[in-house]
Design a protein around this ligand. Structure first.
Ligand code: CU
Length: 630
């Protein structure tokens, strides 16, 4: 709760115009329905969609019907129930939309997004102002296929972020499907997921509350999606909230098919090289669409990897909900559960001998009850461990070699380990009480207990392991580490292969810095002119979804070659020399190849989105070694 108090204010701070619902509020407020975005609102005839929208105040129940609500403004079909997100407008290319908008609020409403796509100028995208009590008719052609949205604010100066509390939910999806749709993307399997957020007026302290929802519901009330092995899963993600959400899928890569904004959508051509990731960072007002094909059954999470955003921020006023120590209850917010049924399409693991490791979660020195210090030690890999247990040991695995990692819990509380980015059986995925199949669900690892995770990493790359139980507390305490898969561990050379693991200080009072490989003052590294260095950047901070990592000579960027994202090698046409800077969401990994060409001093700076320096690693470039170029 303490981190919410400090960080939510910084990340999400908006003027407090809203209130928690309470018995003091007018009773009988319209209950707002969650909108699953499966069906377009309005009536379609003769190539024209007619839709009548109205905006008015209501009571939103992101925690479910039995929990208290929040008084916000919302859109609904005029005469029908209010919805969060607002009614879906989904048409085929070539459709004309005739919208009637009625403003039943006591203040004017400025409505954005009801115009032909793409909008090439401000004039093309100009909003419509509707006086309190007024109605406006807007007619426009849908335009180019893509993922778009409409939204409203109280005045014309307001951007989609930050909008104050009461108007944050005045947002809806506008989808234009291709006129010809050979992939049947417009079928019901193409799901539209709108993320909205709300923060109460409290700036700090225990009164602060946040709710971040997908299609109007916060985990565990979000819709559970079900697919069969072999299905093609299609989703469109619209971030219409006030904050950045790095959306992470467990167990599988997904392909990013498009990236867009309110005004335009870049749909990647069908036969272009893939954009395969396990985490896609999405900023407020941006959209992306994705496809993936589950090839293994089980329960999988798709969630925001900003740990703060998926941590329950406390009950709404009057809430009697008891928060248990179960993982299902400890997460909240933008999290979707996906159940995949059927038999695995993947070949059974090889019969190669299974390598055995023990990963031990331990109490470290220097913690408190409120802010514990935890860490991992690794046995079976020849690494001696001593306090402090920071950074967590880098686990180096061989591609294609079956591994058994027994996680031993020496903590006073239950824990669980998620192997982030690894394609594995659901049961070993580390989400206690959720991962698994049917009735066989992965247990939390109780104090003194252990759990054997088995998998065979199918590809070389940069991955993460971290606790997935009581995430905010345990990750901050130190339970996050790098997982590196290589073709040949014997050739793994930490002198030339640098893990750059970015994590959270154990104390919130140290939040002006981040830890790079376990310290806010990373020691200097030496590199040799002409040799190749692989930099493996990992952002597994509990918040800070917009950090920038830069390799600098003085104030100047140098160049590096981007080679992998989230453990997946980039296709040849996406590998490129580029300026040595990358912005990273939590749960993302980026690999770069760097060859220093001249002597001197470089440094890796990690800065916050606003440019504040969070930590810096000096790098000293010396002449070539006698061994020469590796
Ligand atoms: Cu993760």
């Amino acid at each position: 709760m303490m981190r919410w108090a400090v960080l939510a204010a910084a990340l999400l701070a908006v003027p407090g115009h809203s209130q928690l619902a309470s018995g003091k509020n007018p009773t009988g407020a319209d209950r707002i329905s969650p909108n699953d975005n499966r069906k377009s609102a309005g009536t379609l005839a003769g190539g024209v969609l007619k839709i009548r929208l109205a905006a008015r105040a209501g009571e939103w129940h992101p925690d479910g019907d039995n929990d208290p609500g929040i008084h916000v403004n919302a859109f609904g079909v005029d005469g029908g129930a209010l919805q969060i997100p607002g009614p879906l407008i989904r048409v085929r290319e070539g459709t004309e939309i005739r919208a009637s908008l009625r403003n039943l609020l006591e203040t004017p409403l400025v409505v954005h997004g009801l115009y032909t796509r793409p909008a090439k100028s401000d004039a093309d995208a100009s909003p419509a102002t509707i006086a309190a009590g007024g109605t406006r008719e807007i007619t426009f052609q849908a335009g180019a296929p893509g993922t778009y949205y409409y939204w409203a604010a109280a005045d014309a100066t307001q951007a989609i972020t930050p909008r104050p509390g009461a108007v944050t939910q005045l947002s809806g999806a506008f989808i234009v499907d291709p006129a010809v749709d050979p992939a049947h993307a417009a079928s019901s399997s193409d799901r539209v997921l709108v993320i909205t957020g709300w923060l109460n007026g409290a700036r700090r302290g225990p009164e602060q509350r946040a709710r971040i929802a997908i299609n109007g519901q916060s985990w565990p009330n979000t819709e559970r999606l079900t697919y069969a092995v072999g299905d093609v899963v299609r989703m469109r993600i619209l971030n219409l909230s006030n904050s950045v959400h790095p959306m992470h899928l467990h167990g599988f890569y997904f392909n990013v098919d498009s990236r867009g904004t309110e005004r335009a959508d870049e749909v990647f051509p069908a036969h272009s090289s893939p954009h395969l990731v396990v985490t896609e960072r999405t900023v407020p007002g941006s959209t992306f669409s994705l496809t993936w094909r589950p090839t293994r059954p089980g329960n999988w999470l798709f969630h925001c990897h900003d740990t703060l955003h998926v941590t329950y921020s406390g009950p709404l006023e009057g809430d009697a909900r008891h928060q248990s120590m179960s993982q299902m209850d400890m997460m909240a917010g933008p999290v979707i559960g996906i159940t995949v049924t059927g038999k695995s399409l993947e070949r059974a693991a090889t019969s190669a001998p299974r390598r055995r490791l023990r990963l031990v979660a331990r109490v470290d020195d220097g913690g408190s009850d409120e802010e514990p210090a935890f860490g991992y030690t690794l046995e079976g890999a020849g690494a001696a461990a001593s306090k402090p247990y920071l950074p967590a040991p880098t686990i180096v695995l061989r591609r294609g070699e079956p591994v058994s990692i027994t996680v031993v819990n020496y903590l006073p509380i239950p824990t669980s380990v998620h192997w982030h980015g690894i394609e594995l059986e659901s049961y070993y995925d580390g989400v206690a009480g959720f991962a698994g199949n049917g009735n066989r669900l992965a247990p939390a690892i109780t104090p003194g207990g252990s759990f054997e995770a088995r998998f065979t990493p199918p590809r070389s790359g940069t991955f993460i392991y971290h606790t997935h139980l009581d995430d905010l507390k345990q990750q901050q305490a130190g339970l996050t580490g790098a997982l590196v898969v290589v073709d040949d561990p014997a050739k793994y050379d930490p002198q030339h292969d640098l893990v750059m693991l970015v994590t959270t200080p154990r104390r919130v009072s140290d939040d002006s810095v981040v830890l790079l490989n376990g310290t806010s003052a990373p020691p200097s590294r030496t590199m040799h002119v002409g040799e190749h260095y692989r930099l493996r950047f990992i952002n597994v901070h509990v918040s800070r979804p917009s950090m920038r990592m830069r390799l600098l000579r003085g104030d100047e960027l140098v160049t590096w070659r981007s080679i992998a994202k989230d453990g997946m090698d980039l296709p040849g046409d996406q590998v490129s020399e580029r300026a040595s800077a990358v912005q990273m969401g939590n749960g993302e990994t980026y690999d770069f190849d760097f060859v220093p060409m001249q002597l001197g001093d470089l440094h890796v700076d990690i800065t916050a989105a606003n440019g504040t320096l969070l930590t810096s690693m000096p790098i000293h470039i010396t002449g070539a070694t006698s061994a020469g170029v590796r």
